[in-house]
Design a protein around this ligand. Structure first.
Ligand code: ADP
Ligand code: MG
Length: 387
């Protein structure tokens, strides 16, 4: 515990949310459940969260008038995505509590700052080097090849990165990435990937949700399995590392920490200063979900119980499912919804696009094997490839 005094914001205060995507939408719902109002700032006129917010400020994240309005109207502000300019958070923080802080978000939004932070705090991470020029690439240690070259900023869902087998491939990839500041990481042999979503309160109290095993397809999260199938000991260590990390960041809010398990060793991959896609299962399998924890941490309320009452498998629904032979179609919800324990979530997005996250479903139940079998059946019904 940090022993910091807690500032309680009672409902029906107005809370500010930077970003109007599906994560923001669930925040709005969680805040509404607890009697709060939410103003959403998002430049998209038709954003999933903006649609259900009490007020949608349709403006850019650096729009000074909109930021001033938000700061004037809201009792506290939080974010649903890490690419809000840290400057925006800093401006808001001058007149309204912002949680997580601009400092914490700026660590998570820059892959070099992120990995350096892990290194400085003695947290497990893979080998990496900063690449700001071709010269840096030429001097990069050879043990980083084969590697992954990633733009330091603004990457997500596998975008802004390239696998590079050798130095020559890295040089052309660096140019293709726009010759921007990059990180070169060694390409680790992955046993599997897990994540920990936790919430940390203003008083330093932490509640970690059970860790999830995550499988990706085309760089986008496809499946999360809870409890993670791998070693229980590693899953517990992952929770401890995530808690330590949150403490080092002096973090307030919901935090997602992605891990690799590589040759039996746990390595932090990246952090998300917000609820995480792999924590969506908490909406249906936990007493308190990751969005309600975000509201509670923001408002200085006690964090809720993070234990899972059920096993769960979460599957993302991408826009791809709305197309067959280039024709738009509606997925077969009728058959899907007949599956026991299936909870369907759609985000209200108007136009499906290939790779766009349109929704997800979670199957919950007492028996993790049966839950997984039902998940496979659901994938077949929707015409999805095997997990
Ligand atoms: P994003 O922000 O797109 O999620 P990540 O850094 O998490 O970026 O990379 C996406 C995926 O690429 C990871 O989940 C993992 O499967 C793979 N990956 C990324 N970095 C490495 C690495 N250093 N070694 C092996 N695989 C990696
Ligand atoms: Mg990732």
């Amino acid at each position: 515990m940090s022993g910091m005094p807690t500032m309680v914001i009672p409902a029906p205060a107005i809370l500010g949310m930077l970003g109007g995507g599906q994560l923001g939408r669930y925040f709005v719902m969680a805040a509404h459940e607890l009697g709060y109002q939410v103003w959403v700032l998002d430049p998209d006129a038709d954003s999933p969260a903006g649609r259900i917010a009490d007020r949608h400020l349709c403006a850019d994240y650096s729009d000074e008038a909109a930021l001033a309005e938000l700061a004037r109207g809201c009792a506290a502000v939080t974010t649903e995505f890490e690419n809000v300019p840290a400057e925006t958070l800093a401006i808001l923080a001058e007149s309204v509590p912002v949680r997580p802080s601009a400092a914490a978000v700026s660590v998570c939004q820059d892959r070099i700052a992120e990995k350096t932070f892990l290194k400085v705090h003695g947290l497990p991470h893979g080998p990496f080097v900063e690449i700001a020029s071709l010269e840096d690439l030429r001097n990069a240690p050879s043990h980083l090849f084969p590697g992954i070259l990633k733009a330091a900023r603004l990457g997500y869902d596998g975008k802004g990165q390239a696998v590079v087998d050798d130095r020559a491939a890295a040089e052309s990839a660096w140019v293709s990435l726009g010759s921007v500041r990059c990180i070169l990481e060694a390409k680790l042999p992955l046993d599997y990937e897990i994540s920990v979503v936790l919430a940390r309160g203003q008083d330093g109290a932490v509640r970690a949700f059970p860790s999830a095993e995550n499988r990706h397809r085309n760089g986008i999260l496809d499946v999360s399995i809870v409890p993670a199938w791998g070693s229980v000991c590693l899953a517990d260590t992952a929770c401890e590392v995530a808690e330590k990390l949150a403490g080092c960041l002096n973090y307030v809010g919901t935090l997602g920490v992605e891990f690799f398990v590589s040759r039996g060793q746990l390595v932090v991959n990246e952090m998300a200063p917000r609820p995480h896609n792999s924590g969506h299962y908490t909406l249906d399998a936990c007493g308190t979900n990751q969005f309600q924890q975000q509201v509670r941490a923001l408002c200085g309320l006690p964090l809720g119980d993070a234990h899972a009452h059920s096993s769960a498998v979460m599957i993302n629904l991408l826009g791809d499912l709305w197309f067959e032979n280039n024709q738009e179609r509606e997925p077969d919800w009728n058959t899907l919804l007949a599956i026991p324990g299936l909870c369907l979530h759609l985000y209200g997005k108007q136009s499906p696009r290939i790779g766009r996250k349109m929704g997800h479903f979670t199957i919950i139940g007492a028996d993790s094997k049966q839950v997984y079998e039902h998940a496979l059946k659901a994938r077949t019904i929707l015409g999805m490839p095997d997990a």
